[in-house]
Design a protein around this ligand. Structure first.
Ligand code: HPA
Length: 246
C-alpha cells in the first residue's frame, strides 16, 4: 500500500513532512500540477502533490486532473487522501469545520474528465454510486476520534466550475439539491481515481459560508483565516490517518 496526499488551497506543502526527494512524472495527458514530493509524515512514508502547483498558480478549471491521477498510479500509489477547501452550505458545515463527504454532485463542465475518452474499443462505465472509498473514509473518521478532532462524517459535496464563487441563488439551488459543501476541485478528480481503481477519500475544510448565507461579502482574508485554523487540524488528522494506514 502506498499512500498519497493531494493538497489543495491552504495546503500547498506540509511543513511536518520530512522530504526525501521529489520526482517529476511524464504522462500521456501532459504534466501534473507539480513534482511529486516523497517524504515521511511522523515516520510514515507517503507521496504529496500540490493540486494547484507549488507555488499555488493553477485555478481549479485549469488543473490537469488526468495527469495528476495518472502520475500517482504510475508511482504505485493505491490510496489517496484528497484535501480541499470548500464553502459550507448546511448548518453543521461552519467555517474551519472539517468534513468527510460521502457523496458528490458534479456541476463542473468542460474539464477533461475521463481516461476512457479516445480508445472507444475500451469504453468503461465505472460504478460511481458511492464515489469515495468507504474503508478510507472510516479510517479518517477513526483517526479524528483518536486525535480528538471534530469532523462531520458525511455530506454531499457540490463541485462547481469556478473560479468565481457562487451566486446566492446558486447556493440555494445546491441546498435544494441536497448539497452540504461546495468546492471546485472534487471532480473529475474522484472519478478519475475510481477509473484507475485507486481508493480515494476527500477531507474538506470549510473556508467560508456559501454565498448569500451571511449578510457580509466573502473576502479572501476571511477564507485565509478560516483555512489557517482548519488546515492546522487537517494536518493533525492526516498524520493520525497515516499512522492508522500502516
Ligand atoms: N464555493 C466554492 N468553492 C469554494 C468556496 C465556495 O464558497 N470556498 C472555498 N472553496
Amino acid at each position: 500500500m502506498t499512500l498519497a496526499i493531494i493538497g489543495g488551497t491552504g495546503l500547498t506543502a506540509i511543513d511536518r513532512l520530512t522530504i526525501t526527494h521529489t520526482q517529476s512524472v511524464d504522462t500521456p495527458f501532459g504534466a501534473p500540477s507539480a513534482d511529486y514530493v516523497f517524504g515521511e509524515l511522523d515516520g510514515r512514508q507517503l507521496i504529496f502533490l500540490a493540486r494547484h502547483g507549488n507555488p499555488h498558480t493553477i485555478p481549479p478549471h485549469k488543473i490537469n486532473y488526468r495527469a495528476n491521477i495518472w502520475g500517482l498510479k504510475a508511482l504505485g500509489v493505491t490510496e489517496i487522501l484528497a484535501v480541499a477547501a470548500v464553502g459550507g452550505i448546511t448548518r453543521a458545515m461552519k467555517p474551519a469545520q472539517i468534513a468527510i463527504p460521502d457523496q458528490i454532485i458534479d456541476y463542473s463542465y468542460g474539464r477533461e474528465h475521463t481516461f476512457f475518452a479516445d480508445d472507444l474499443a475500451h469504453v468503461t462505465h465505472i460504478d460511481f454510486s458511492y464515489p469515495y472509498a468507504e474503508h478510507l473514509r472510516q479510517r479518517i473518521i477513526a483517526a479524528a476520534a483518536t486525535a480528538g478532532i471534530d469532523v462531520v462524517g458525511t455530506g454531499t459535496y457540490a463541485c462547481t466550475q469556478g473560479p468565481r464563487l457562487e451566486t446566492a441563488a446558486e447556493i440555494k439551488r445546491l441546498a435544494n439539491d441536497g448539497c452540504d459543501l461546495v468546492g471546485m476541485t472534487g471532480m473529475p478528480e474522484a472519478a478519475l481515481a475510481k477509473e484507475l481503481d485507486l481508493a480515494y477519500a476527500n477531507i474538506s475544510v470549510v473556508a467560508n459560508w456559501g454565498a448569500g448565507l451571511e449578510s457580509t461579502e466573502i473576502t479572501m482574508a476571511e477564507i485565509e483565516a478560516n483555512l489557517k485554523l482548519g488546515m492546522h487540524n487537517a494536518i493533525n488528522l492526516l498524520a493520525q490517518t497515516v499512522l492508522l494506514s500502516a
